[in-house]
Design a protein around this ligand. Structure first.
Ligand code: FAD
Length: 283
């Protein structure tokens, strides 16, 4: 089912997706497939699979096929910053030939070694336009409730988000956030700018202090004071931290659902347990 059809459905249960990443070693694929099988308990709309920017770790397509063969819909991610038009054309044709209907169209982070890049595409909006011209894939794009790390300010970032929608993107998947107020404010701003496509909220269950520190060092993601205190409180016990992470994210999702969120997209870190527990608590 294409993104535009998925998010037309009213029932939030049918608009849940899980993000996973390709393990570095192909011998760990089987572990990931086992985790993905656990997601089936909540019948997700699709599994999304990340793509390494700069061509790193791009065994992603082979894994997409495996996930599909195991009976899950897949939305592969794709980053364009270091890709030639020729490569992108071949890649999107291959996806379509394998009955894949959706793609998350990203620019990707600019690599330290800029000589790796060919710059046929400078921004994700150009990739969306290229995908729409050369395929029937349904394209989703990334959105940043607290602004992208390179953006001058949230308003200019939303103007750039609008370029991606005007180029034909059909849904927005947000960066993870812990403060729902930031998400609600962002929704208000993007709707004011005339962006009407569905916005799936990015949720990451807290598993450890290290994981939260890493994510917040890479992106603009604020941590509410009570969350900060609880992360400190539970940092010596991974079981307590996991339990707390499930409770926190379940409350977050409940409030989002109460406010008619278009979809929930879980950053799972390749582990099904917390995301499934959150959904079992709320759906
Ligand atoms: P863009 O939309 O192109 O924006 C990048 C920056 O350029 C922004 O600051 C924007 O405001 C600015 N900009 C855009 N257009 C213009 C313009 N015309 N003029 C001036 N400035 C402009 N990374 C991966 O490597 N692999 C993944 O699989 C992956 N998955 C992700 C999934 C989600 C849900 C999210 C939220 C992010 C993901 N990322 C992934 C991270 C993403 O690649 C980075 O955040 C990257 O730095 C930006 O990609 P983008 O597609 O948002 O870029």
């Amino acid at each position: 089912m294409k993104l535009r059809e998925i998010y037309k459905i009213e029932d939030i249960n049918k608009k849940i997706s899980f993000e996973v990443f390709p393990p570095k070693e192909p011998d760990k694929y089987q572990n990931l497939i086992s985790e993905i099988k656990k997601f089936k308990a909540v019948n997700p709309a699709f599994i999304s699979l990340t793509w390494g920017a700069g061509g790193k770790n791009n065994n992603s397509f082979e894994l997409s096929k495996k996930i599909q063969q195991n009976g899950s819909n897949i939305m592969p991610h794709f980053t364009c910053i270091c890709s030639s038009k020729e490569f992108v054309k071949t890649h999107i044709q291959t996806l379509e030939n394998n009955n894949i209907e959706n793609i998350l169209a990203l620019r990707g982070d600019i690599p330290d070694d800029k000589s790796l890049c060919c710059y046929d595409f400078k921004y994700a909006s150009e990739l969306v336009e290229f995908i729409k011209t050369n395929s029937n894939l349904s394209a989703g794009v990334a959105g940043y409730p607290e602004g992208h790390i390179e953006a001058k300010n949230i308003n200019s970032d939303i103007d750039n988000l609008k370029r991606k929608i005007d180029a034909g993107a059909e849904a927005i998947f947000t960066q993870l956030f812990f403060d729902n107020e930031k998400f609600f404010k962002y929704l208000e701003l993007i709707r004011q700018k005339g962006i009407t496509v569905p916005v799936a909220a990015g949720i990451m269950p807290v598993l450890s202090k290290k994981q939260v520190d890493k994510m917040t060092s890479l992106a603009n993601i604020s941590i509410p004071e009570d969350l900060k205190q609880n992360i400190e409180k539970y940092s010596s016990s991974s079981e307590d931290m996991k339990k707390f992470g499930i409770e926190f994210a379940a409350k977050q999702c409940q409030e989002l659902i109460k406010n008619n969120v278009d979809g929930l997209h879980f950053f799972t870190l390749n582990k099904a347990e917390s995301s499934i527990a959150i959904l079992n608590n709320i759906l």
